[in-house]
Write a protein that binds this ligand. Structure first.
Ligand SMILES: C[S@@+](CC[C@H](N)C(=O)[O-])C[C@H]1O[C@@H](n2cnc3c(N)ncnc32)[C@H](O)[C@@H]1O
Length: 211
Protein backbone atom coordinates (compact mmCIF):
# COMPACT_ATOMS: atom_id res chain seq x y z
CA UNK A 1 0.00 0.00 0.00
CA UNK A 2 2.72 2.44 1.07
CA UNK A 3 4.87 1.45 -1.93
CA UNK A 4 1.84 1.86 -4.19
CA UNK A 5 1.30 5.39 -2.90
CA UNK A 6 4.96 6.29 -3.42
CA UNK A 7 4.91 5.02 -7.00
CA UNK A 8 1.78 7.00 -7.79
CA UNK A 9 3.20 10.30 -6.58
CA UNK A 10 6.31 11.26 -8.46
CA UNK A 11 8.76 14.06 -7.75
CA UNK A 12 10.39 15.99 -10.59
CA UNK A 13 13.97 14.77 -10.09
CA UNK A 14 15.14 11.32 -11.19
CA UNK A 15 18.45 9.51 -11.48
CA UNK A 16 17.27 6.96 -13.99
CA UNK A 17 16.18 7.99 -17.48
CA UNK A 18 13.79 5.11 -18.02
CA UNK A 19 11.97 5.70 -14.71
CA UNK A 20 11.71 9.39 -15.53
CA UNK A 21 10.13 8.70 -18.88
CA UNK A 22 7.77 6.12 -17.46
CA UNK A 23 6.54 8.63 -14.86
CA UNK A 24 6.12 11.41 -17.44
CA UNK A 25 4.14 9.08 -19.70
CA UNK A 26 2.00 7.86 -16.83
CA UNK A 27 1.05 11.40 -15.87
CA UNK A 28 0.86 13.07 -19.28
CA UNK A 29 0.14 10.28 -21.77
CA UNK A 30 -2.27 7.97 -19.88
CA UNK A 31 0.61 5.55 -19.39
CA UNK A 32 0.88 4.99 -23.15
CA UNK A 33 4.22 4.89 -24.87
CA UNK A 34 5.44 7.54 -27.30
CA UNK A 35 4.25 7.34 -30.93
CA UNK A 36 7.38 8.80 -32.50
CA UNK A 37 11.10 9.03 -31.74
CA UNK A 38 12.81 10.67 -34.73
CA UNK A 39 16.28 10.87 -33.10
CA UNK A 40 16.30 7.26 -31.97
CA UNK A 41 20.06 6.52 -31.96
CA UNK A 42 20.34 3.23 -29.97
CA UNK A 43 17.02 3.60 -28.20
CA UNK A 44 18.36 3.85 -24.66
CA UNK A 45 15.05 5.34 -23.49
CA UNK A 46 13.47 1.91 -24.00
CA UNK A 47 16.22 -0.08 -22.26
CA UNK A 48 15.09 -2.43 -19.49
CA UNK A 49 11.54 -2.49 -20.87
CA UNK A 50 10.29 0.32 -18.58
CA UNK A 51 8.89 2.07 -21.66
CA UNK A 52 7.69 0.27 -24.80
CA UNK A 53 9.31 1.02 -28.15
CA UNK A 54 7.59 3.73 -30.21
CA UNK A 55 5.73 2.81 -33.40
CA UNK A 56 7.74 5.27 -35.49
CA UNK A 57 11.53 5.41 -35.24
CA UNK A 58 13.87 7.53 -37.35
CA UNK A 59 17.45 8.79 -37.22
CA UNK A 60 19.80 10.56 -39.62
CA UNK A 61 22.25 7.75 -38.97
CA UNK A 62 19.93 4.78 -38.27
CA UNK A 63 20.74 1.41 -36.76
CA UNK A 64 19.00 -1.70 -38.10
CA UNK A 65 15.24 -1.57 -37.68
CA UNK A 66 15.16 2.25 -37.66
CA UNK A 67 14.23 4.32 -40.74
CA UNK A 68 16.52 7.01 -42.10
CA UNK A 69 14.88 10.38 -41.62
CA UNK A 70 15.53 13.99 -40.79
CA UNK A 71 13.67 15.24 -37.72
CA UNK A 72 13.36 18.67 -39.33
CA UNK A 73 11.46 17.23 -42.30
CA UNK A 74 9.69 13.96 -41.58
CA UNK A 75 7.57 11.96 -44.06
CA UNK A 76 4.52 12.31 -41.81
CA UNK A 77 1.21 14.13 -42.32
CA UNK A 78 0.38 17.30 -40.42
CA UNK A 79 -1.48 16.70 -37.13
CA UNK A 80 -0.96 12.92 -37.36
CA UNK A 81 1.09 12.20 -34.21
CA UNK A 82 -0.21 12.05 -30.62
CA UNK A 83 3.11 12.01 -28.78
CA UNK A 84 6.80 12.21 -29.54
CA UNK A 85 10.21 12.69 -28.01
CA UNK A 86 13.23 14.70 -29.18
CA UNK A 87 16.75 14.09 -27.96
CA UNK A 88 19.05 16.14 -30.17
CA UNK A 89 22.84 16.30 -29.76
CA UNK A 90 23.66 18.95 -27.14
CA UNK A 91 27.39 19.40 -27.69
CA UNK A 92 28.37 22.05 -30.17
CA UNK A 93 31.57 23.67 -31.37
CA UNK A 94 33.76 21.19 -33.19
CA UNK A 95 37.43 21.79 -32.53
CA UNK A 96 40.07 20.43 -34.86
CA UNK A 97 39.35 19.01 -38.27
CA UNK A 98 35.59 18.89 -38.79
CA UNK A 99 35.80 16.39 -41.61
CA UNK A 100 37.74 13.93 -39.45
CA UNK A 101 35.45 14.21 -36.44
CA UNK A 102 33.70 10.89 -35.84
CA UNK A 103 30.97 12.49 -33.73
CA UNK A 104 30.10 15.03 -36.43
CA UNK A 105 29.88 12.20 -38.97
CA UNK A 106 27.46 10.38 -36.68
CA UNK A 107 25.52 13.61 -36.10
CA UNK A 108 26.08 13.46 -32.33
CA UNK A 109 27.90 16.80 -32.13
CA UNK A 110 26.82 20.05 -33.76
CA UNK A 111 29.31 22.22 -35.61
CA UNK A 112 28.62 25.52 -33.88
CA UNK A 113 26.03 27.60 -32.00
CA UNK A 114 24.26 28.82 -35.16
CA UNK A 115 23.85 25.23 -36.39
CA UNK A 116 22.45 24.28 -32.97
CA UNK A 117 19.88 27.10 -33.21
CA UNK A 118 18.93 25.98 -36.75
CA UNK A 119 18.55 22.32 -35.75
CA UNK A 120 16.61 22.99 -32.54
CA UNK A 121 14.23 25.48 -34.16
CA UNK A 122 13.81 23.11 -37.12
CA UNK A 123 12.88 20.08 -35.01
CA UNK A 124 10.54 22.16 -32.83
CA UNK A 125 8.59 23.57 -35.77
CA UNK A 126 8.42 20.16 -37.48
CA UNK A 127 7.05 18.73 -34.21
CA UNK A 128 4.45 21.47 -34.11
CA UNK A 129 3.41 20.62 -37.68
CA UNK A 130 3.03 16.86 -37.19
CA UNK A 131 1.51 16.83 -33.69
CA UNK A 132 -2.24 16.79 -33.32
CA UNK A 133 -3.95 19.40 -31.12
CA UNK A 134 -3.07 18.71 -27.48
CA UNK A 135 -0.27 16.45 -28.74
CA UNK A 136 2.65 15.82 -26.40
CA UNK A 137 6.26 16.70 -27.08
CA UNK A 138 8.96 15.56 -24.66
CA UNK A 139 12.21 17.42 -25.35
CA UNK A 140 15.42 16.30 -23.68
CA UNK A 141 18.11 18.98 -23.45
CA UNK A 142 21.16 19.99 -21.46
CA UNK A 143 22.96 23.22 -20.81
CA UNK A 144 26.45 23.31 -22.21
CA UNK A 145 29.70 24.93 -21.16
CA UNK A 146 32.56 25.06 -23.61
CA UNK A 147 34.50 28.31 -23.35
CA UNK A 148 31.25 29.90 -22.20
CA UNK A 149 27.92 28.66 -20.94
CA UNK A 150 24.79 28.31 -23.04
CA UNK A 151 21.57 27.81 -21.08
CA UNK A 152 20.11 25.61 -23.78
CA UNK A 153 17.05 24.62 -21.75
CA UNK A 154 15.96 28.29 -21.57
CA UNK A 155 16.41 28.71 -25.31
CA UNK A 156 14.34 25.59 -25.96
CA UNK A 157 11.60 26.95 -23.69
CA UNK A 158 11.53 30.30 -25.52
CA UNK A 159 11.48 28.75 -28.98
CA UNK A 160 8.70 26.31 -28.02
CA UNK A 161 6.56 29.09 -26.54
CA UNK A 162 7.07 31.21 -29.68
CA UNK A 163 5.65 28.32 -31.71
CA UNK A 164 2.63 28.17 -29.40
CA UNK A 165 3.46 25.15 -27.31
CA UNK A 166 2.39 25.17 -23.66
CA UNK A 167 5.16 24.20 -21.23
CA UNK A 168 3.14 21.74 -19.20
CA UNK A 169 5.84 20.19 -17.06
CA UNK A 170 9.53 19.56 -16.59
CA UNK A 171 11.55 16.68 -15.17
CA UNK A 172 15.23 16.70 -14.27
CA UNK A 173 17.62 13.80 -14.65
CA UNK A 174 20.71 13.76 -12.44
CA UNK A 175 23.70 11.63 -13.37
CA UNK A 176 26.58 12.08 -10.95
CA UNK A 177 28.88 9.63 -12.66
CA UNK A 178 30.00 11.88 -15.55
CA UNK A 179 33.64 11.56 -16.54
CA UNK A 180 35.82 14.62 -15.90
CA UNK A 181 39.46 15.58 -16.01
CA UNK A 182 40.58 16.37 -12.41
CA UNK A 183 43.70 18.18 -13.71
CA UNK A 184 41.71 20.94 -15.39
CA UNK A 185 41.05 24.08 -13.31
CA UNK A 186 37.31 24.21 -12.76
CA UNK A 187 35.74 27.47 -13.94
CA UNK A 188 32.10 26.37 -14.10
CA UNK A 189 30.01 23.87 -12.19
CA UNK A 190 30.08 20.50 -13.93
CA UNK A 191 26.64 19.92 -15.40
CA UNK A 192 25.35 16.61 -14.05
CA UNK A 193 21.71 17.19 -14.91
CA UNK A 194 19.54 17.29 -18.00
CA UNK A 195 16.00 18.47 -18.60
CA UNK A 196 12.95 16.78 -20.07
CA UNK A 197 10.53 19.49 -21.10
CA UNK A 198 6.93 18.36 -21.47
CA UNK A 199 5.28 20.57 -24.08
CA UNK A 200 1.73 20.40 -25.35
CA UNK A 201 0.53 21.73 -28.68
CA UNK A 202 -2.19 24.26 -27.85
CA UNK A 203 -5.71 23.84 -29.14
CA UNK A 204 -7.07 26.81 -31.07
CA UNK A 205 -10.72 27.77 -31.11
CA UNK A 206 -12.21 27.62 -34.62
CA UNK A 207 -11.60 30.80 -36.57
CA UNK A 208 -8.49 31.65 -34.62
CA UNK A 209 -5.34 31.86 -36.71
CA UNK A 210 -3.17 28.77 -36.52
CA UNK A 211 0.52 28.86 -37.34
C1 LIG B 1 21.72 12.23 -28.27
S1 LIG B 1 21.45 11.08 -29.56
C2 LIG B 1 19.90 10.37 -29.15
C3 LIG B 1 20.05 9.26 -28.12
C4 LIG B 1 18.79 8.41 -28.02
N1 LIG B 1 17.74 9.12 -27.32
C5 LIG B 1 19.07 7.09 -27.32
O1 LIG B 1 18.38 6.84 -26.31
O2 LIG B 1 19.91 6.31 -27.74
C6 LIG B 1 21.06 12.15 -30.90
C7 LIG B 1 20.68 11.42 -32.16
O3 LIG B 1 20.12 12.37 -33.06
C8 LIG B 1 20.48 12.01 -34.37
N2 LIG B 1 20.29 13.20 -35.21
C9 LIG B 1 21.02 14.35 -35.26
N3 LIG B 1 20.46 15.22 -36.09
C10 LIG B 1 19.34 14.63 -36.58
C11 LIG B 1 18.30 15.05 -37.47
N4 LIG B 1 18.32 16.26 -38.06
N5 LIG B 1 17.29 14.17 -37.74
C12 LIG B 1 17.26 12.95 -37.17
N6 LIG B 1 18.20 12.50 -36.32
C13 LIG B 1 19.23 13.34 -36.03
C14 LIG B 1 21.90 11.50 -34.26
O4 LIG B 1 22.21 10.66 -35.34
C15 LIG B 1 21.84 10.76 -32.92
O5 LIG B 1 21.55 9.41 -33.13
Amino acid sequence: MQQDLIEKHYGSVFNNEQSLLRAVLKIHNNGNTIDLDPMFNKGMFYKKGFVDFPKLKYDLSPIEGVKKGNATNLPLDACSVKSMILDPPFLFGIHGKTEDNVCSKRYTIIENFDEMVKLYKGILSESYRILEDNGLLIFKCQDYTDSKTTMTHSLVYNWAIELDFYAKDIAILVKNNKIFNPNVIQRHLRKVHSYFWVFQKKVHKSGEKKR
